[in-house]
Design a protein around this ligand. Sequence first.
Ligand code: PMP
Length: 376
Amino acid sequence: RKNYIMAPGPTPVPADILLAGAKETIHHRTPQFLEIMKETLESAKYLFQTNSKIYTFVSSGTGAMEAAVTNLMNPGEKAIVVVAGKFGERWKEICDSYGIQVVEIAVEWGNAVSPEQIENVMKQHPDARVIFTTHSETSTGTVIDLKSIAQLTKDTDHVLVTDEVSGLLAEPLKMDEWGVDVVVSGSQKGIMMPPGLAFMALSEKAWKLVEKNQCPKYYFDLRYYDKNYPDNPWTPAVNMIYMLNQSIKMIKEEGIENVWERHRILGEATRNAMRALNLELFSKRPGNVVTAVKVPESIDGKKLVKIIRDKYGVTIAGGQGHLSGKIFRVAHLGYVSMFDTITAISALEFTLSELGYKIELGTGVRAAMETLKREG
Ligand code: PMP
């Protein structure tokens, strides 16, 4: 049976990227590898739309989140943290672990923080200089207005940090132009690689905090990564760097604007399919990474996710935390084409109808195809 990964990470990996990794592992302290590292990290700036250095860690995305907290914050200091889902919660949990005082902006899950909310909290807590946000909150399928939020911090001494683990390449991001200070991401989503690499980019303003930081840490201390850059302080994931190099080549070939646009169109097609099937979107500000959908009253959400995967080979995601069983999430992230989206919607229709939900087969597929024809 053929399998389709339509979950928001890990996402499908193109054969050319897998093959790029299937090469002999060379020693990392050699001129040959250093040359590859240099070229790869230089070209990775394109993904973030920045001129700042890109640091890589051998970890999942959470490692880069922890690196952001421990390199920017000292225990006892105040940080503003937006919590609107599981990954906002993660920022808070990491801060809590290091004794950082969290000023939480609690947003109802499925909603997006507004720039005004952030502005108010910035005024109330002038001693909180670092703001942690999640561009694409994967647990709720929601995107925030990062560009407007960056306007608030751009010409101030505030440092804006954003989790782009799922957002990178699916949601437009212009790190330097918008004035976003710190971006963290991971390999297994928009970058179309397997899990295992994490990324971080920092503005000069953010780097000033890193230089004088005193939070206890070792593996993720950015000063080690910067010292002999682009040489890695520890053993880098050599074969994953080969894969990253190939991924960036493919993204450059498609053009980042086209990559963003492809995600937007697939998101729009998926949302229209759900509406046509009389399904309600969970998010009030849906993004182009993943579409979160409320499970109809009459249906068992966990059963739906299981049937669509085990019987039809389409892996979608269920709800996380208190949303378990209440929503399902269909991704359109990374190496995904319109036919993957159409396939996922048709599998969803088969599954819904098997579970007794009344639909005319093809209703969602038709709405998606019409959107794709109009937009594409
Ligand atoms: N942040 C967001 C927005 C995510 O989607 C994820 C992964 N689902 C993470 C952080 C955590 O990344 P990882 O699982 O790679 O540690």
